[in-house]
Design a binder for this molecule. Structure first.
Ligand SMILES: NC(=O)c1ccc[n+]([C@@H]2O[C@H](COP(=O)([O-])OP(=O)(O)OC[C@H]3O[C@@H](n4cnc5c(N)ncnc54)[C@H](O)[C@@H]3O)[C@@H](O)[C@H]2O)c1
Ligand SMILES: [Zn+2]
Length: 387
């Protein structure tokens, strides 16, 4: 008997996740069925589920009827789906991920509104609010169903279609968070019209990123459509978002969705970008920092002879044509010591061995496990003087 006690027991199981990213326009217009059909498909006989809506308050400025439109939209579904109390409006942008009180306020709202594991969070806003509410949804009752309606280019083509959520803690970005797939995502093109130019542009950095590491043709497509994108052509942006979201989702479902390995192929340009966001106290948008981070790792790849000079110049030119800066003085701050620290923080965040994604050519990445500070130094200097 005692021998049995010492033999290990094994638990092994698989869970299949499946969610759709829908593309639509004017999602809360009463005759738009796409969101309604989703909730109808989730209907359970005899069960009335709750929906807690959280809005990026900036949206109200541009869509003054949004709250009443949402309430009207859900009225028809009342027999099996009920909105909880008032629609919650909170400030968006990175600050919401730094604000512990906001996190607590939302957890408290889950509690006081009796939102259970069969209920939904419906979050509408940019990547920052999506990350915050996704985290609240994931940890409350060990997981409330999450429906995302991303409203920025970056959240529609990258952060909102993935499986991660987070808040910042003790000055460290995305320190608290989980991997928790949403149950559905709805990309509504209409919201993009009110983005300011910086946020319109910023999300394109992630498209350039995914093209650089995975899809040469997509890179060429962005090059050919750069002026339409710059001139805010909504249909061209819709195409960019669709392809970029597809590449991201493809990577998630066929790669390492919960990042068990040390490698993070989608994080090209991100090690220095995360550091730059902090060093600039978030005056840089995530995508703007990623553009600079990609420029740095592109030049580094060239200086290390991984990447050709032609490809290097082509990449820097596209970033500039799209209106991105490819250098920021904070890269050189403290004789670049702050930047070097970013490498160590990136390793800590990933855990395990340092793995940095670089470029072999446009559309093809490679991984290295160390970076040489001298070449980082010359790459930064190169960007500082690059016209
Ligand atoms: N979870 C992930 O996998 C992942 C991936 C990449 C980035 N992120 C995170 O996403 C965040 C950045 O997201 P973002 O670029 O969407 O920026 P954001 O959420 O900070 O939004 C930028 C600004 O745009 C406003 N805004 C949002 N939608 C608008 C609209 N339709 N019209 C006008 N203004 C609008 C916001 O209120 C905010 O002021 C960062 O915190 C980053 O860490 C997460
Ligand atoms: Zn990113």
């Amino acid at each position: 008997m005692i021998e049995d006690f010492f033999s290990p027991l094994i638990s092994e199981f698989q869970i299949t996740y499946r969610y759709k990213v829908h593309f639509t326009k004017d999602i809360f217009q009463i005759d738009n069925p796409v969101l309604r059909n989703f909730f109808i498909s989730e209907k359970k006989q005899g069960l009335v589920k709750k929906v807690m809506v959280v809005l990026d308050e900036r949206l109200i400025q541009y869509h003054p009827n949004l709250v009443s439109d949402i309430k009207n939209y859900f009225q028809d579904l009342e027999t099996f789906l009920q909105l909880t109390g008032d629609i919650i409006q909170i400030p968006g942008g990175e600050e919401c991920k730094n604000n512990q009180e906001l996190w607590e306020f939302l957890v408290n709202a889950v509690n006081t509104n009796g939102v259970d594991r069969h209920s939904y969070f419906l979050v509408i806003g940019g990547g920052a609010i999506l990350d915050l509410v996704g985290y609240v949804a994931a940890v409350s009752h060990r997981g409330i169903r999450l429906v995302r309606i991303p409203t920025t280019v970056l959240s529609q083509n990258d952060s909102g279609v993935g499986v991660k959520n987070s808040i910042n803690y003790q000055g460290k970005k995305n320190f608290l968070g989980t991997f928790a797939p949403p149950v559905a995502v709805f990309n509504d093109l209409r919201f993009l019209e009110s983005l300011d130019d910086r946020d319109w542009r910023s999300g394109m950095a992630e498209a350039v990123k995914v093209a650089l590491i995975k899809d040469k043709d997509f890179f060429h497509w962005i090059e050919s459509n750069a002026s339409a994108l710059l001139n805010r052509n909504l249909n061209t942006m819709a195409n960019l978002i669709h392809r970029c979201a597809e590449l991201h989702m493809d990577h998630i479902s066929n790669g390492d969705p919960f990042e068990f390995g040390s490698s993070r192929p989608l994080d090209f340009g991100h090690w220095s970008a995360h550091k730059l966001e902090y060093l600039t106290q978030f005056s840089l948008r995530h995508g703007e920092a990623v553009a600079i981070g990609m420029a740095l790792d592109t030049v580094y790849s060239y200086q290390k002879d991984f990447l050709s000079k032609d490809d290097c110049i082509r990449i820097l030119s596209l970033l500039k044509t799209l209106g991105f800066s490819i250098y920021h003085p904070m890269l050189s701050d403290g004789e670049k010591r702050n930047l070097y620290l970013g490498l160590e923080e990136f390793r800590e965040h990933l855990g395990g061995q340092l793995t940095i994604v670089l470029l072999a050519e446009i559309g093809k990445s490679l991984e290295v496990h160390e970076m040489d500070l001298k070449t980082i130094d010359t790459s930064v200097n190169f960007l500082e003087t690059y016209l």
